[in-house]
Design a protein around this ligand. Structure first.
Ligand SMILES: C[S@@+](CC[C@H](N)C(=O)[O-])C[C@H]1O[C@@H](n2cnc3c(N)ncnc32)[C@H](O)[C@@H]1O
Length: 278
């Protein structure tokens, strides 16, 4: 299969327009391999044929399928571990003190993929902070990819997925084996609310969060998109809230409103406190 530069450009413009994901020159192999299952499903023999169909309408579910096929959904339970250690040792204990009056805690896993990040947070809170049992907990997971969100909502994971990062004790206590897969207990599953959301558009969120996980997604965007996302995030992060990014991501040089704080081996970010602001 040969992908012409015109067809590659058509696909990458479509993906960029709809998700802000940048597919650089040299990513032709990625487009070919990610679109191969879609071609098989359609009975199309080439990307050229697919592009021809796409060009017949401005938008369709096929356009969405192409964009979703080009998102990278790699994730795992307790990915990179150190942010979860920081939650356990410092962040949650401090939030329990500072939010004592309202007894609310709001955490957002933005770009949550198949849900392991949001569920890791829910598992950690359940296991390590029984005091939160009668608090109002919000754990929100959002992603642009509706297909991956449907998987997240189902809370069913393969053997490979539960063997990556999930402590064995959590698997035994909170999951049930169904055939060859593992179903997360409802009491944890229903703790997380999942919603479709494109980070590159204007957000329709009302809340301000105590903790935001925005990990391993900014890397796919241009600096301009990263700046827009970090700017919008300022309205949804509490003054004393915490932001976690992926290990290859930083707001430094992009937005001076954030400062880095080292917590154990985790790097987290908070809003710089301007004099006079609370
Ligand atoms: C590599 S995964 C990261 C998952 C998780 N945050 C982690 O670190 O393990 C990146 C996720 O970003 C999502 N994504 C890509 N572009 C997006 C956009 N414009 N808005 C929201 N989510 C997006 C993808 O669908 C994918 O699930």
């Amino acid at each position: 299969m040969t992908l012409t530069s015109q067809d590659f450009n058509y696909v990458r413009e479509l993906v960029n327009k709809n998700s802000a994901i940048v597919l650089e020159d040299g990513k032709e192999y990625l487009v070919e391999s990610r679109l191969a299952p879609l071609l098989r499903q359609l009975g199309a023999s080439s990307i050229a044929e697919l592009v021809k169909i796409l060009k017949q309408a401005r938008t369709s579910s096929l356009h969405t399928n192409v964009v979703e096929a080009l998102t990278t959904n790699e994730t795992s339970f307790f990915r990179d571990k150190s942010p979860f250690d920081a939650l356990e040792s410092d962040i949650i204990p401090n939030l329990i003190k500072s939010n004592e009056l309202t007894r609310t805690l709001k955490i957002w896993s933005a770009a949550c993929s198949s849900g392991q990040e949001a569920y890791s947070i829910a598992l950690l809170l359940r296991e390590k902070f029984p005091i939160l049992a009668d608090w109002k907990l919000t754990i929100l997971g959002t992603d642009i990819n509706t297909e991956i969100l449907a998987r997240a909502k189902g809370g069913i994971f393969t053997q490979l997925e539960v063997s990556r990062g999930l402590p064995a004790a959590y698997l035994v206590k909170y999951f049930k084996k169904i055939g060859r897969e593992w179903q997360l207990q409802d009491s944890i599953r229903t703790q997380v609310e999942f919603k479709t959301m494109n980070l590159a558009q204007t957000w329709t969120l009302a809340e301000k969060f105590d903790v935001v996980f925005l990990r391993n997604v900014l890397i796919y965007f241009s600096n301009e998109t990263k700046r827009q996302i970090l700017a919008q995030l300022k309205n949804h992060l509490r003054r004393d809230g915490w932001l976690f990014l992926g290990s290859a991501e930083t707001p430094i040089m992009l937005d001076h409103a954030y400062e880095r704080v080292k917590m154990g081996s985790a790097s987290c970010y908070r809003l710089v406190n301007k004099i006079g602001e609370k």
